[in-house]
Design a protein around this ligand. Sequence first.
Ligand code: ADP
Ligand code: ADP
Length: 232
Amino acid sequence: PPAVVAAEVSKVYGAGDAAVHALRGVSVGFARGAFTAIMGPSGSGKSTLMHCLAGLDTVSGGRITLGDAEITGMNDRQLTMLRRERVGFVFQAFNLLPTLTAEQNILLPMDLAGRKPDRQWFDQVVDVVGLRDRLSHRPNELSGGQQQRVACARALVARPEVIFADEPTGNLDSRAGAEVLEFLRSSVREMGQTIVMVTHDPVAASYADRVVFLRDGEIVSEIHGPTPETVL
Ligand code: ADP
Ligand code: ADP
């Protein structure tokens, strides 16, 4: 079964004349071990869909399942547990703690959850992300691309069932963006990670195995297979 499934998901912000229909019956599944990009113009519902899929926001209608769990209907405490234990996040802002080293930042969510990292897995993540010689550096001693790779490693180290990335290259120049995208793709190819990435950048989407297009809160098309940015 897919890692994440949305079935007829709708989302309305506000009510009455002011109501905004951000999602209008979205049905889509995200395969395990695949790198999927969600593209669409500004305001098409990309962030809303990702937030609903990840349990950061509630739906107005429809159902979302993550693995064997239906997350629509979970209470806040259950959603917090789900995000902490089964989901990883990468945002446009790196959200690293400035006083901690790269290694401490990577391990922080596991430390907070009282979980012990698997040392072999940690080493593999650090090697794939290419940060072996940067582990004792603080964020201000790292480039933007390196900081975002630390954030990616932090998402990956807990072995989440799925990683949600919201415009992960939005604050990066093209070279640093490529570093981060190469890493995300390697984590899928070499570690079997499942990634759902929201982006409006065709270059970023060209790294994905599949691209789903949103417009006005609906899925309007999709492309399978690595796709050159010129087509996106
Ligand atoms: P995208 O990520 O594709 O830019 P969003 O999911 O952010 O799109 O937004 C989809 C629609 O929902 C837009 O019309 C946006 O203005 C609206 N919207 C998003 N968040 C809120 C909110 N918290 N309150 C009201 N409207 C919102
Ligand atoms: P922006 O698009 O304004 O740069 P981000 O991409 O950083 O914002 O964050 C997008 C959304 O995700 C925000 O609504 C924020 O509430 C949420 N968010 C950001 N960082 C985290 C986090 N570490 N954990 C949970 N939610 C977060």
